[in-house]
Design a protein around this ligand. Structure first.
Ligand code: ADP
Ligand code: MG
Length: 339
């Protein structure tokens, strides 16, 4: 008897979920990215118990057509890319078609949506990857997705989660960075009814920064920009006097996608030369624009790691751009001040 068989779709989705859905914050990230890809202007994220009990993301984006709603929950089903060429020129945050099926395989999901021009909306309920119901419903503007009982059927993953405070800080962190990378979108984040973030969505990145880190910190940020044949960089960096004890105040975006990158973070620090005290790190918001062909986003399922061609050239541009800007200011290097 043959021993090799294909896994069921639900089991395959649960395995994929292991990579995409690590914790409540990963669900929040995927759902907000979908809202951004749907061109929402207003995104509200509500969680209960840091997202373990419930995560709800409401957007006023394009919505999903009734006929597409079930397909959206199938693995590798996406409206964002079609061909191999598209894969090398990804302009949306999502493209792998993995998030919805992965999330739905390890939780209880209700999605309500309506597409412009449709006569009715749709409400679909999926639990543990199985469709419970799919009905026409009242028309609403955009999409609302509610994820409850995350990891109810994967107890090992549930056990691995940290304290509520830690999970909430991950949720806050990712929403902050998504808001920072999309200052033209109004964000609201609430946990257990308490508002943790509210941004204006007027396109002013400094105001968004201020909503996250406070007015006093925002006042200590200065704009800079730099450009060469391949890259355009702009953003804000803090005066060397405004620092913190870790690198988390540094946010990097490539073509509007928040990314993590050790070398580019290092490049920001290098831009400060000897102006920072040992063990202290600045705040920075670095917006990088490049031809999508120079950047491979298909490295990891969470898409936070990317591979950049000509990375050393970009590091140099960032370091020198920041260094030049800070040198224009009349700064007393902290290293000297603290002797
Ligand atoms: P991906 O984002 O990689 O395409 P997802 O599984 O996250 O894959 O979503 C599948 C599809 O469902 C998307 O391509 C999109 O067409 C649709 N979709 C998901 N969320 C939304 C939303 N909030 N608004 C409009 N369409 C959505
Ligand atoms: Mg997606």
């Amino acid at each position: 008897m043959a021993e090799i068989h294909e896994l069921s779709a639900v089991l395959a989705d649960q395995i994929a979920a292991g990579e995409v859905v690590e914790r409540p914050a990963s669900v929040v990230k995927e759902l907000v990215e979908n809202a951004l890809d749907a061109k929402a202007a207003q995104i509200t994220i509500e969680t209960k118990e840091a997202g373990l009990e419930m995560i709800r993301v409401t957007d006023d984006g394009e919505g999903i057509e009734a006929d597409d709603v079930e397909t959206a929950f199938k693995r590798h089903a996406t409206s964002k890319i079609t061909s191999r060429e598209d894969l090398f020129r990804v302009a949306t945050l999502g493209f792998r078609g993995e998030a919805l099926p992965s999330i739905a395989s390890v939780s209880d999901v209700v999605l309500m949506t309506a597409h412009a021009g449709d006569e009715t909306g749709t409400t679909i309920h999926i639990k543990g990857g199985k469709i419970v119901s799919n009905d026409a419903s009242q028309l609403r503007n955009g999409t609302q997705i509610t994820v409850s009982d995350l990891f109810f059927n994967t107890p090992a993953r549930l056990k691995y989660l940290s304290s509520l405070a830690t999970e909430l800080s991950h949720v806050s962190d990712i929403v902050n960075r998504l808001a920072l990378s999309h200052s033209d979108v109004a964000f609201v984040l609430k946990n257990n009814g308490k508002t943790l973030l509210k941004t204006a969505g007027n396109g002013n990145q400094k105001q968004t920064f201020s909503a996250i880190y406070g007015v006093k910190s925002a006042a200590k940020m200065i704009y800079f920009n730099a450009k060469d044949l391949d890259f355009e960089v702009d953003g804000m960096v803090s005066y060397p006097e405004l620092t913190r004890s870790n690198r988390n105040g540094i946010s990097l975006m490539i073509n509007g996608r928040y990314i993590r990158n050790f070398k580019l973070t290092k490049a920001v620090l290098n831009g400060y030369g000897s102006k920072l005290m040992v063990g202290r790190f600045p705040y920075a918001v670095i917006n990088i624009r490049l031809d999508p062909l120079l950047c491979d986003v298909n490295v990891h399922p969470t898409k936070q790691e990317v591979r950049i061609s000509k990375e050393p050239q970009l590091e140099k541009l960032i370091s020198e751009g920041i260094f030049a800007r800070l040198s224009q200011e009349n700064l007393i290097p902290n290293a000297v001040k603290n002797l």
